[in-house]
Design a protein around this ligand. Sequence first.
Ligand code: FMN
Length: 174
Amino acid sequence: MTVLVGFSSKYGATEGIAERIARKLREAGRDALARPLASVDSPADFEACVLGSAVYMGAWRKDATRFVRAHLAVLADKPVWLFSSGPLGFDKLDAQGRDKLKESEPKQFDEFDEALSPRGRQVFFGALDPSVLGRRDRLVRRIPSGHELLPEGDFRNWAAIDAWAAGIAEELAD
Ligand SMILES: Cc1cc2nc3c(=O)[nH]c(=O)nc-3n(C[C@H](O)[C@H](O)[C@H](O)COP(=O)(O)O)c2cc1C
């Protein structure tokens, strides 16, 4: 059976993370597919689900949240992992000295924790290319300290993503 790596990505950074996780799972001998969640009818036929979304204003994107809420009962019977692509920048700590990955956990992690008991939940650093942002997202970056909070660049930590995917492959092999 196949592992679904389902994602919601607005500008492609999360899609890249999902594709990388699926590739790592395949290299570890699993059948794995990365698919936009908006195009998946049901998780029923998958052996396991790795589900992720970009985080905007502290939350997963709507189609990802909708997918999980709509399929809670089916997902609860499967091994599930959750991930987000969120914070930007090379610093691990924010201006207040707090762990950026921890501070960037989307509110959906708590919402889905009890219902799904995911095997793992992980935030990854994301990427931002100002030249492709829509008008509203460009405006958000113009607020005071917007450029500091949302710096330009690709901060995806491929080593961390690969290590997380390897852990999933190991658990599925048990
Ligand atoms: C307007 C805007 C708001 C954002 N809000 C958050 C946020 O609240 N928390 C966070 O960790 N990242 C935030 N980000 C960063 C994105 O989550 C990051 O760029 C992500 O990798 C984008 O993924 P995508 O290209 O798949 O949409 C924001 C980015 C923009 C442009």
